[in-house]
Ligand binder design. Structure first.
Ligand SMILES: [Fe+2]
Length: 232
């Protein structure tokens, strides 16, 4: 079952840390499509970099990650991208089903990360507001890197590495997690790019970082009242 409830150690006192974070770890078993999506991102990288100015984020000062706010890979029309969106949608529905959470009208915005030798994403969370919903990442190519997720408690006023849930970045792997969960990646130690897609799902057509549908960045992701186009 791809849904795992990541829990605090069994509390031995009524006041001990007691948390549970639902994590989804799935796999897109289409290596051909995974490679196509990776190649599309690499082919568009220079154009996106020319088109938009970077906004430094999570230790990255240039490249696609720092332009996360300016494009949305879920709007790309290529067949491989449509299949990627279908796969993410089905995984999202499975996650909700398992947790017995009703589908709601929501929006998605996704970007690409191309991290080259020695680059890494420093600890960050995507949304700590009261509207925080879900985020995810889909690995397209990576060698010997992992993403570390931090528990929702700060121990000793810092994020402690020995408390993390470490998930290997394997091509095709998809992780869905609450947007409030802090995470980071280990550095790329190879000469080949580590390519992933990151995304946020919002219940409202706005978000804390100022991205909005008005800018053409968000698109409707799921609408339980609307047509089930993704179910085909
Ligand atoms: Fe992230």
């Amino acid at each position: 079952m791809p849904v795992k409830i990541w829990k605090a150690p069994q509390p031995r006192s009524p006041f001990a840390p007691n948390w549970a974070v639902p994590m989804f770890v799935g796999h897109w078993a289409s290596p051909q499509r995974v490679a196509e999506v990776r190649d599309l991102i690499l082919a568009k990288e220079d154009e996106i970099k020319t088109q938009f100015d970077p906004v430094p984020i999570s230790g990255i000062t240039d490249g696609l990650t720092s332009r996360w706010h300016a494009f949305n890979v879920f709007t790309w029309p290529e067949p491989a991208m449509r299949e990627m969106a279908d796969f993410v949608t089905r995984a999202y529905w499975e996650y909700l089903d398992h947790l017995k959470i009703d589908r709601q009208r929501d929006y998605i915005q996704g970007w690409a990360n191309v991290l080259r030798e020695s680059e890494k994403l420093t600890p960050h969370a995507h949304d700590l507001t009261e509207r925080s919903y879900l985020s995810g990442n889909l690995c397209l190519s990576a060698e010997h890197t992992e993403t570390k997720y931090y528990p929702p408690y700060v121990y000793g006023a810092e994020l402690k590495v020995d408390q993390t849930l470490d998930l290997k970045n394997q091509p095709g792997n998809l992780v869905l997690f609450p947007s409030s969960v802090f995470h980071e990646t280990s550095p790329n130690r190879t000469g080949r790019p580590r390519v992933t897609i990151g995304f946020d799902v919002f219940l409202d057509d706005a978000d804390s970082q100022g991205r909005s549908a008005g800018d053409g960045r968000h698109i409707l992701f799921d609408d339980p009242q609307g047509s089930d186009r993704m179910r085909a």
